[in-house]
Design a protein around this ligand. Structure first.
Ligand code: NQM
Length: 376
């Protein structure tokens, strides 16, 4: 579309997706030029400003997110997708927009949003939507309730980090290995590396993550996120800058990836304890694909975290403990191995997770005017 008049506003739905919150927009309602689009979105969110007081952002990376959705060109074709989903991570106090990562939490809202906007025909009582995650090219199938052809948000599924309950949304991922790192589950080619004297596993099964033991940072891994953020910021930054190079991501100083997850033995009956940095703010829970990736890592012989984990019985989900509870991930690895590395890397056969999402507001978002000295 052509750039709207500055005060015209843009059609926008605010949704909670999993444990995140973001603005969902149709690609057709946005400028087609990426720089114009990003400038508009920054002004809608109220970035840059630590409080995002003049926009709809929630003053944290987990609430400064955008989903741009459109009908897929190959909708209806065998192996095609129904809708394309571009995830954009917007900075809070920095005027940054990054498309270098997926977001499995916002993904939870994409299916219902696509039905709300008429991009896909709903089923009754449920709808399956194949979503192409444009950030990585991989596809996820979302299955959710649509009784009478309308998305149902109320339900009795609880997810840690969100008060109350809502309707379940099953997310089934395909082809997540090496999402941002050229297709390799272990992008450095090794199951362990040493960075700044600390043993790490650099892994990408949907999200590039550096996995390290909390004990190697002098913490238990049970500390509140804000405390870890203050104590470890400089060490985490140094670690991820070097890891970014080793993972083939180049200079990641201004990028939102790789994330870092400190792992510790589980304390609440789960598989592994985690504290995650995105990339420097501490996550209040853990990202969806972040959790899928960490779960995959701890299944690998020799990976950091493998010896700390209490692995579930075959067929049972893995419980990834985090600061506000636990996220269950169903991961199946194929015992056939391919690629180089320490003994070869198993293939990922299945990764699935249950989330919830909720429509919060639908209407018109009014951006700050362009040319604002604080905006872009
Ligand atoms: O890992 C946070 C989130 C995320 C991303 C982040 C996510 C994922 O919790 O799939 O969902 O890692 O920046 O929304």
């Amino acid at each position: 579309m052509t750039e709207p008049a500055p005060d015209a506003g843009v059609r926008c739905m605010l949704m909670r997706g999993g444990t995140s919150k973001g603005a969902y927009l149709l690609a057709d309602d946005l400028p087609s030029d990426p720089a114009e689009r990003d400038g508009l979105l920054l002004r809608v969110m109220g970035t840059p400003d630590p409080r995002q007081i003049d926009g709809i952002g929630g003053a944290h990376p987990l609430t400064s997110k955008v989903a741009v959705v459109s009908r897929s060109a190959d909708a209806g074709a065998p192996g095609g997708a129904d809708v394309d989903y571009l995830f954009l991570q917007l900075g809070v106090d920095e005027p940054a927009v990054s498309d270098r990562q997926n977001c499995g939490n916002l993904l939870a809202g994409v299916g219902p949003f696509a039905v709300e906007r008429g991009l896909v025909a709903p089923g009754d009582p449920e709808t399956r939507v194949r979503v192409r995650m444009l950030n990585s090219g991989s596809v996820a199938t979302a299955t959710f309730r649509t009784p009478g052809g309308r998305p149902e948000y109320a339900g009795d599924t609880a997810i840690s980090g969100v008060p109350g309950t809502a309707a379940p949304i099953l997310l089934d991922f395909e082809g997540t290995a090496g999402s941002a790192t050229g297709g390799a589950l272990l992008p450095t080619g090794r199951v362990r590396d040493v960075i700044d004297g600390v043993e790490v596993t650099c892994v990408d099964n949907g999200m590039p993550v550096v996995v390290a033991a909390a004990s190697d940072f002098g913490v238990t891994g049970e500390e509140p996120p804000a405390e870890l953020e203050d104590r470890l910021r400089d060490r985490i930054q140094s670690l991820r800058l070097r890891a970014g190079e080793l993972m083939g991501l180049g200079d990641v100083a201004a990028a939102s990836v790789p994330k870092t997850t400190l792992v510790a033995p589980p304390r609440a009956g789960g598989t592994i304890g985690t504290r995650t940095f995105i990339p420097l703010r501490a996550h209040t829970s853990i990202g969806v694909l972040g959790a899928v990736t960490v779960a995959t890592a701890v299944l690998l012989d020799g990976a950091v975290g493998h010896d700390l984990a209490e692995l579930p019985a075959p067929g049972e989900p893995m419980g990834i403990e985090h600061p506000t509870g636990r996220l269950d991930v169903d991961i199946r690895l194929d015992p056939r191995r391919d690629g180089a590395g320490d003994g070869g890397v198993p293939r990922v056969r299945r990764a699935a997770i249950v989330r919830t999402a909720r429509k919060l507001f639908d209407g018109t978002a009014f951006p700050r005017p362009p040319g604002d000295p604080h905006g872009s």
